[in-house]
Design a protein around this ligand. Sequence first.
Ligand code: NAD
Ligand code: MG
Length: 391
Amino acid sequence: MRSVSVLGATGSIGESAFDLLMRAGGPEAFRTVALTGAANITRLAEMARALRAEIAVTALPEKLGALREALAGSGIEAAAGPEAVAEAGARPADWVLSAIVGAAGLPPGLEVLRRGGTLALANKESLVAAGRLVMDQAAQNGARILPVDSEHSAVFQALQGENLDSVAAVTITASGGAFRDWPLERLARASVAEASAHPNWAMGQRITIDSASMFNKALEVIEAHEFFGLSCDRIKVLVHPQSIIHAMVSHHDGGSIAHLGAPDMRHAIGYALHWPQRRALPVAPLDLASLGSLTFRAPDETRWPALRLAREVILAGGAAGAVLNAAKEQALDDFIAGRCGFMDMAPAVERVLAACAGQPGFATSPGDLATVLEWDGMARRLAAVRQAGAA
Ligand code: NAD
Ligand code: MG
């Protein structure tokens, strides 16, 4: 029986993974090692009981008592705190899904790679913040990373049996998010509630707002660069409002291979779960006749400056990804808390990138977790100070 762990089990991706594991037979089909979550203790305990996990971990130390209580009588171990989340990644399991949101996903993901495990990676932030470190750690330990971000899963699938040298460009699509068709002058006044409503995908709040600002696509361009080793001129973004084509690989011979499917993350998660096989998944079949048409447009970088920042970060290399990711997380915190406007996020990230670029060591890719966290901390402080100064 295969063993699995899900880090960030209580989130949007985690719930989809749980659904797939339960439909596949739950504890009769998989041995669940660890499930992790944060504030939602009731749901974490429910999932751990349903899958008969060995251990349930909350990232919040103050929730340990509540978790123990919720697991009473089940025989499931309880633990709490960021170190315990990292240890959950270190526990041997055949397949570990990292579905934690933000840079907090980096330490447990690195633990999976350190022991040579298979990491199904939804947590794009770890590749953005520490792409070189993550890829090196995987190569050195014979670990495998399977992309779960839908566009990267699509590229990965389209590349099966292909040679990267024959690839002219990879195109990842973007729905355009909540504000695709808003007049530009209205964007400055966009509210958190308005930014949190995605037209096509049901996702966590942070990635939904990042979709409206295109920071999600900016992270994905960097993710594609780090994971597939493509230069930024070979990674294109295409606005495609219907979210049916997820990505396309274009070859030098003029042929392009596209990946199509309903916008349902259970496809990408399930593909990674069963890889290298394909199994039936509870995803609606594609019905192009009823869709009628698919439309496309080039992204407008006045509306979405994050895309330009992604290219600049790839060209800068070194610590730029760690800085961009952390400054973006801080700017997003500030937007959600009402401390800055929707269109203030990209300029804030750009200012932090400029400030960090002058610091010693910026041009060197962080070689260990501590260095990533130093840049991450500096970027968050600079972003927060700027906000305070601007207020
Ligand atoms: P979410 O907010 O719904 O869930 C996040 C999970 O991480 C929860 O289980 C939460 O408890 C846990 N978590 C939050 N803060 C934590 C911390 N500090 N330490 C440890 N755990 C913590 O997020 P989501 O939408 O499921 O996204 C998860 C990841 O997958 C993100 O990296 C996102 O970019 C990526 N992703 C999501 C989707 C999607 O459809 N939701 C698609 C592609 C990629
Ligand atoms: Mg995606």
